[in-house]
Every structure is written in structure tokens, then in C-alpha cells.
Design a protein around this ligand. Sequence first.
Ligand code: SF4
Ligand code: MG
Length: 336
Amino acid sequence: QEKLLEVKDLRVSFFTYAGEVQAVRGVSFHVNKGEAVGIVGESGCGKSVTSQSIMRLIPWPPGKIVGGQILFQGKDLVNATEQEMEKIRGNEIGMIFQDPMTSLNPTMTIGRQIAEGLIKHQGLSKEQARAKAIEMLGKVGIPSPEKRVDQYPHEFSGGMRQRVMIAIALACNPKLLIADEPTTALDVTIQAQIIDLMRDLQKDMDTSIILITHDLGVVADLCERVIVMYAGKVVEVGTARDIFHKPQHPYTWGLLRSVPRLDARKKEPLSPIYGTPPDLLNPPKGCGFAARCEYCMKVCLEQEPPVTDLGNGHQVACWLQHPQAPKPERLQVKEV
Ligand code: SF4
Ligand code: MG
């Protein structure tokens, strides 16, 4: 399989008055051509910072990519010039965000906002771009696109606005679509429709997708592979099948326990993961999850868990999995 994107040992820090906040601490993963990959984790785990790094949208100051590589079609985006990035953003890599209202321009018609990128990146004439805008609105399931194309964002519902965002993001037929919490602001029915739409378009246009979300349920519907992030690191990665049916990291177990089950006859109470993530101003020496992990051993506090390869691309960074792990010496979990 051909790799479209390869992130290697990415490190991103925010330099604040208090010191260096290490938001992303050596993240590596890849995305194959035409593949949908989910990045999941709680807010602050570094998933959005990772995606913003790929687009080179980390604001300096205070944020900065301090190490690693982001190979997109073999080219390292970490060293790309701003000019090169402008050609890539919106053209080769499209992006959609949680709140379309903040990313759409309220003073511009939807048609012009879709056309902008087509004129800028693909050299289409105004008329061609407008025709393509109408085609895209139809493609994302907006009724009577010929009429809607001249309307403004406020004339669309939340779900329809997200469809418009997808139309904008896909108009230039990007090779990669980064979707950061694209359905979080929408109600459950609309959420499912948007995910269906993304799946259809992905198959249709052979676009690779990175879906960033705190919601494992959303990932199950769309993604072939899942990357679980915690405290600025990848703690587990595998096929969606392995992550959902054979998860190996205590944090992934916690995430799975907190997925609401729509099919459950009786509403089971969700079990949240207690405690909060560590302060990345002073990252813990050992495992980042130790303070919240009910299986925490002495070694977990002292040494970073190495990555164990379980085959089939399933990797986990946890001492429980490591064949050479010292004998589990149960520790009482310290106060959280
Ligand atoms: Fe828990 Fe230790 Fe595994 Fe970290 S390395 S998740 S503390 S068992
Ligand atoms: Mg985020």
C-alpha cells in the first residue's frame, strides 16, 4: 500500500511565560492512499495540534514544531515555505472544522466561497467555478443547489453548513481531507448523515481522511484504522477491528467504556475515565497515563512504556504488554 502521509517523531511545543508546554511529544503514524484514519483522544491530547501541524497552522508565537518530519507525498512539510504551503492548503489537503460558522465567511455567498479555491488553485474562470460550486453542493446533498449557491451561511442549518464546508474542502479534489471534530456540534441524526456523506465521498473521490474526534463511535462508522492519543503521544494504533475488539491499552479501554451505546436496550451508565491528563509543562517521567491507570506498576512511574508490536499493524505503548516488563508490582494509585 502506498503511503500518502508519514508523520515521524513529530514534536510540537508552546512556549508560554510559564515554560515549554510539550503538546505533541514524538508522534509517528502514517496514512495510506485512499484510507480513512481516526485520531481519538480527550481534548488536550495533542490530536488537533497534530493536524494543525500537518497544515502548518500552528501559530507562532507561542506554538512551534520543534522536531520530526511530516512527509506528504514524500515532501517534508516541516521545511516547506509559506508559499509552498499555500499551494497545498485547500488544494492538496482540505480541512473541515467543528464549527462551520467560524470558518465560513458570513458576508460572502456560499457559491463564492466554494469558487474561491477553484479559481485560486485550479485556474478556473468565474463561470466554471460557479458551475463546479453548484455541482459540489449537489454532491454533498444540498437540495436545489442552483438556488442555494447564491445564499449566505446564515440561511443554512447547522447540518447544511457542515455539508457546505465539506463541499468547500473537497472542491479541489484534495488527496487528503483533515476533519477535526466535524460532527461534534451536530445532533446525532445529522451526525450520522454527515459521516455517511464523508464515507460516500471518500470512496467516490478516493480521498484519504484523517478524522479527529473524542468520540470513538464516530470513528467506528468511517475509519479503517485508529490512532489513540494521550498526553501528546500515540498510546495505541491498529485496525478499527483490533481497536474495538482487541484493545490493549488501559486508556483505550476507558475510552471504549465511555462510548454511549445507541443500541443498548437499557441505558447503561457511562463510565468516564477519572482524573485529568498530566500537565505537559512538566510531563511525567514514565507513562503519561499512570496517574489515572488502575493497573499502574512501579515501572510505569519510572520509565516510559516502550512500543510493543502485536502484529497486523497493532502497536501499543504500555508496560502491561511488554514481554520484558518487570514483574507487576502493584502500586496504590496516587491521589489524582
Ligand atoms: Fe497503565 Fe502502566 Fe500501561 Fe501506563 S504503562 S497504561 S500506567 S499499565
Ligand atoms: Mg481539538
